[in-house]
Design a protein around this ligand. Structure first.
Ligand code: GLP
Length: 256
């Protein structure tokens, strides 16, 4: 794959600053932009820099609309593991984005399937995603679209792969291991709302942000390996407007 642009920055912070610059510039160009936003450890420096740019460049978020990629089923907005809480801490408390323009699935919705449909419809009603910023899991997941024989197009409720759950909840995983509990199926936070692969690929532009040694192999396979549902990130090869932002550790041979 030849990305529309490939940026390789020195380190995690540098990659975050580059991604922030791209997002900030996109807001200046289209103040009513619709963004899809990721969570995880990777985008933390990006959000920090977006707050800096908001202050320094007077970037106005008052007409921006955001949709997060995913949220856990069964957690409320005040739960420290919820992505709603993450977004409040990392971004929403730092920029002038009106509360009614911030969208995440409602982790406490009584009917998860209906909530996923409502979320997809809300994205449609907003006119679709102009710019999606994506992280990637070490197994290639985008949002919580995990590797599998098939993927879902629209927003839906997904089950986390065991390796994803272990990585995202190391304390819970360690406790389960101590108790000799190998059946992780019923554990908390195993299900999550996620934009579907169709929702993501319909974004007009995409920034794929990945940093660190642990992402090197999956980034290489996403950009240069076969297009397969067993590596959801490889489906980005089907999109013509993907900007890839890496640090040197994640880049390895990805520039080829
Ligand atoms: C999480 C999120 C993804 C995120 C990915 C990478 O499980 N659902 O949206 O991109 O895993 O996370 P990290 O940036 O912490 O490596």
């Amino acid at each position: 794959m030849k990305p529309a642009h490939l940026y390789v920055e020195a380190d995690h912070d540098g990659a975050g600053r580059m991604a922030a610059r791209l997002v900030d510039e996109a807001i200046h160009i289209k103040p009513e932009i619709v963004l899809a936003l990721p969570t995880g450890t990777t985008p933390v420096p990006m959000y920090r820099q977006l707050a800096v740019l908001h202050a320094e460049r007077r970037t106005d978020w008052s007409r921006v609309t955001t949709f997060n990629l995913d949220e856990y089923v069964g957690v409320g907005p005040d739960h420290p593991e919820s992505y709603t809480h993450y977004m409040a801490t990392q971004l929403f408390s730092r920029v002038n984005l009106p509360p009614e323009r911030r969208h995440l699935p409602d982790g406490l919705a009584p009917e998860p399937a209906a909530e996923a449909r409502r979320y997809e419809a809300a994205i449609d009603d907003a006119g679709g995603i102009d710019l999606a910023v994506l992280g990637v899991g070490v197994n290639g997941h985008l949002g919580f679209n995990e590797p599998g024989v098939e993927l879902s197009g629209p927003a839906h409720v997904a089950t986390l792969a065991q390796e994803t759950w272990r990585r995202n909840f190391p304390n819970l995983a360690a406790a389960a291991a101590r108790m000799g509990d190998t059946d992780l199926a019923a554990r908390p936070h195993r299900r999550a709302y996620t934009m579907g692969i169709g929702t993501i690929l319909q974004a007009r532009r995409i920034i794929l942000l990945a940093t660190g040694d642990a992402k090197r192999e999956i980034v290489r396979r996403a950009l240069h390996g076969p297009v397969t549902t067993q590596n959801p990130a490889s489906l980005l090869q089907l999109h013509t407007q993907v900007i890839v932002v890496l640090d040197r550790a994640a880049a390895g041979g990805a520039a080829g």
